[in-house]
Design a protein around this ligand. Structure first.
Ligand SMILES: CC(C)(COP(=O)(O)OP(=O)(O)OC[C@H]1O[C@@H](n2cnc3c(N)ncnc32)[C@H](O)[C@@H]1OP(=O)(O)O)[C@@H](O)C(=O)NCCC(=O)NCCS
Length: 268
């Protein structure tokens, strides 16, 4: 979602745009400036989801200061008042992306509070999901509160994490697929991230914790997506065998995954 074309159009017509139309690039620069070096490489991610805003950034917990909450116009929840710089940083970075997403949709910034379950409580008209890992944050939002959204980002696993993922996250069938590929650490990270995204996607329906054994890979991923199948019933509308498409991108350091669904209609 890029609003640069709007300002280009005003320019080509020789008409001054109203003040609320700010090109996305300017919003991103302004956000990075206000963060005093805490946020960098703020950009959009192409998820291929119609109408979605997907925002990623690097954050640096060594540049975190509590005054940045006020600088960026973000409420610091009570529970975070004494949190470590690492925890405060990831929360702040995720909320900064959510605020940018609201601006992209032309919404006035409203707080995205943390609900009792830990899930973000989206302002009216919005659905979304937030993730952070190893100084990378990701927020996926849709201007449609009837959608379910799940998003995740994870740093690529090293050999120790690969062993842990195989033991804790993978089902026996996942393990067979992972250990058969040339780069098992990448597929293992992808599986881990995809299961976390699926958890966030389905949590509003399931309303309880459900573990990694509840879903497994249908097959090896294609270039842009993988499919997870539920191994057990999670809810009257989420029965064993239901399949979910999880989009993903890989870069040098991270795997990023996402999924959307409509509770009443099924997969999008
Ligand atoms: C809740 C959980 C998914 C968070 O994932 P994580 O990789 O540890 O951390 P991430 O940074 O990716 O995500 C954290 C964000 O998820 C969001 N979140 C937390 N609980 C959530 C929930 N119940 N539903 C939706 N989103 C939630 C929050 O926005 C949180 O960030 P914030 O506190 O700064 O707002 C994870 O800790 C967990 O419990 N996993 C086990 C359950 C699971 O994955 N099952 C697999 C099913 S197949």
């Amino acid at each position: 979602v890029d609003c640069n074309w709007v300002s280009d159009m005003f320019q080509s017509l020789g008409v001054a745009p109203c003040t609320s139309i700010v090109p996305l690039a300017d919003r991103i620069d302004e956000l990075a400036d206000r963060s005093d070096g805490f946020l960098s490489d703020v950009s959009t991610l192409d998820t291929g989801l119609p109408g979605a805003a997907a925002l990623v950034a690097q954050y640096n917990h060594l540049r975190f200061e509590r005054r940045l909450f006020a600088n960026l116009g973000i409420d610091c929840p009570e529970g975070l008042a004494d949190a470590t710089a690492k925890r405060s940083s990831e929360y702040l970075a995720g909320r900064a992306m959510a605020q940018l997403g609201q601006a992209i949709f032309g919404h006035q910034p409203s707080p995205v509070r943390r609900s009792e379950t830990g899930a973000p409580a989206w302002p009216h008209g919005l659905a979304g999901s937030i993730s952070h890992s190893a100084e990378r944050c990701f927020c996926l939002m849709l201007p449609d509160c009837s959608q379910l959204v799940g998003a995740d980002t994870e740093r690529l696993a090293g050999s120790n994490q690969l062993r842990a993922i195989l033991r804790i996250v993978a089902t026996p069938s996942d393990r067979t697929l992972i250990t058969g590929v040339q780069d098992p650490a990448v597929l293992a990270t992808l599986l881990f991230s995809a299961k976390e995204a699926l958890f966030k996607l389905l949590f509003p329906l399931v309303q309880r914790h459900f573990g990694f054994a509840c879903a497994e890979l249908c097959a090896l991923p294609t270039e842009a997506a993988l499919h997870l199948r539920l191994t057990q019933d999670l809810h009257p509308a989420l029965l064993a065998g239901a399949v979910f498409r999880i989009g993903y991108v890989l870069d040098d350091s991270h795997v990023t995954t996402w999924a959307t669904a409509r509770p009443s209609i099924g997969l999008t």
